[in-house]
Design a protein around this ligand. Structure first.
Ligand SMILES: *Cc1c(COP(=O)(O)O)cnc(C)c1O
Length: 354
C-alpha cells in the first residue's frame, strides 16, 4: 500500500529521486561503479558537488551576489556552534522561537554575551514574537525561520542593522523570500532538501574573518570555502541525493512553483482544522507554518479511534513532538497534495464515526 509520509524529518523526498538515487548505488553515471565506492575527488563527484552548490544559489536567487554554498557535516546542530565560533566576538542577538533556537542560544553562550531580544516561551512557543528591536552593537542577529516542532513560521524578517543569520532547516526552498536579506543561512538537509548527513550553509563571504579567536579548521567557514566543501571527505551520497532533489525542484519551476503547491497543501489542512470541531490548531493563526501543521483533538478520548483511522489510511509520521503532544502534519516539498487530501478525509471520517 502506498504510504502518505508526514514525517517531520528525515522525511519524504520525490519518488523519482529515490529511484535515481537507488540506481546510482549500483551503477553511477554508467561508470560501472557505485557512488558509494568512488573517490570524493573523482571528476564525477566533483561535478555533483559543483552542481549542488550552483543549484542552491541559483534557486535562492543568490548567484553572483557574494555568497558561497557549502555542504558540511554535523547537522544544523553543529551550525549552532559554527555560527558563533566564526561571527561572535562580543555579543550576539537571538530571537527565541522554540526548541531549536533555545539550543542555538545555549551553544552561542559559550562564545560571548547573548541578548535574547524576544521569546515566545511564555506560551510554549505557539507564536512568533513581534515588535522587538535588534541592538546595532551586536555582531549578528539569529532567528529560526520555521519552528519544526511547534508549527510556527516567520512570515516577515526584520531589516537588521547587523548581519542576519537564519536557521532555515525546515523551510528552505519552500517559499519565496528575498534571500539577499540574509548573510548566513543554514539548513540540515533532511527536512526539505535531501537525506540526513549533510547541511547546507549559504554564507556571504564579506561577513567572515572578523573575529579575533583561532578557529579549528573543521569549524572554520573560510577553510571550507577555500577547499570548496572538500576540506575533508564530504557526505558523498547525501550531497548527491540533495543535488538530485534540487534538480527536481528546478525542473518543477523552482521555489515559485513549489510555494504555490505548499500554500495549497497548508490551506487544505488548516481549513479542516478550523472547520472540524474535533480538532484545534496549536499555533496562532497568523504564525502558522506552511510546512508543519500542529493540532490536537478537542476530545482526548477519540485518540485511539483517530490513530486507527489514519494508520489504516496508510498515513505515517503524524504523531506530534512530545513537547507539544497531539499531531503534526509535516508537508515538505515532496509531499503530494493528494496525501493532505487523504488526511483531511480521515479527519472528516472521525467526525462521522465519533
Ligand atoms: C531538525 C532541526 C535542527 C537540528 O538539525 P540536525 O541536523 O539534527 O542537527 C535545527 N533546526 C531546525 C529548525 C530543525 O528543524
Amino acid at each position: 500500500m502506498k504510504k502518505h509520509n508526514f514525517s517531520a524529518g528525515p522525511c519524504i523526498l520525490p519518488q523519482t529521486v529515490f529511484k535515481e538515487a537507488s540506481e546510482a548505488i549500483l551503477n553511477f553515471n554508467n561508470s560501472g561503479l557505485s557512488i558509494l565506492e568512488i573517490s570524493h575527488r573523482s571528476k564525477d563527484f566533483v561535478s555533483v558537488m559543483d552542481e549542488a552548490q550552483k543549484l542552491s544559489l541559483e534557486l535562492l536567487g543568490l548567484e553572483g551576489k557574494g555568497y558561497k554554498a557549502l555542504f558540511l557535516q554535523g547537522g544544523a546542530s553543529t551550525q549552532f556552534i559554527m555560527t558563533a565560533y566564526n561571527l561572535l566576538q562580543n555579543k550576539a542577538a537571538y530571537l527565541n522561537t522554540g526548541t531549536w533556537s533555545t539550543k542555538a542560544i545555549k551553544e552561542a553562550k559559550l562564545f560571548g554575551e547573548i541578548d535574547e531580544v524576544a521569546s515566545s516561551a511564555d506560551k510554549n512557543f505557539n507564536y512568533i514574537p513581534k515588535g522587538y528591536s535588534i541592538p546595532s552593537d551586536a555582531d549578528y542577529f539569529h532567528c529560526t525561520s520555521n519552528n519544526t516542532i511547534f508549527g510556527t513560521q516567520m512570515k516577515e524578517f526584520p531589516n537588521s542593522p547587523i548581519p542576519l543569520v537564519c536557521d532555515m532547516s525546515s523551510d528552505i526552498f519552500s517559499r519565496k523570500l528575498d534571500f539577499s536579506k540574509f548573510d548566513l543561512i543554514y539548513a540540515g538537509a533532511q527536512k526539505n532538501m535531501g537525506p540526513a548527513g549533510t547541511t547546507l550553509v549559504i554564507v556571504k563571504e564579506s561577513i567572515l574573518g572578523k573575529v579575533q579567536r583561532q578557529i579549528p579548521s573543521m569549524l572554520d567557514y573560510q577553510v571550507h570555502i577555500k577547499k570548496d566543501s572538500m576540506f575533508n571527505t564530504p557526505s558523498v551520497y547525501a550531497v548527491y541525493v540533495s543535488m538530485l532533489t534540487l534538480r527536481w525542484l528546478k525542473k518543477l519551476g523552482g521555489i515559485e512553483a513549489i510555494e504555490k503547491i505548499n500554500n495549497k497543501k497548508a490551506e487544505t489542512i488548516y481549513n479542516e482544522i478550523d472547520r472540524n470541531p474535533l480538532f484545534k490548531g496549536y499555533a496562532e493563526k497568523e504564525d502558522r507554518s506552511i510546512m508543519n501543521a500542529t493540532f490536537t483533538l478537542t476530545e482526548p478520548k477519540l485518540e485511539d479511534l483517530f490513530n486507527d483511522l489514519w494508520k489504516a489510511a496508510g498515513i505515517n509520521g503524524l504523531n506530534g513532538h512530545r513537547s507539544v503532544g497531539g499531531y503534526r502534519a509535516s508537508m515538505y516539498n515532496a509531499l503530494p497534495l493528494e496525501s493532505v487530501e487523504i488526511l483531511v478525509t480521515v479527519m472528516k471520517e472521525l467526525e462521522t464515526q465519533a
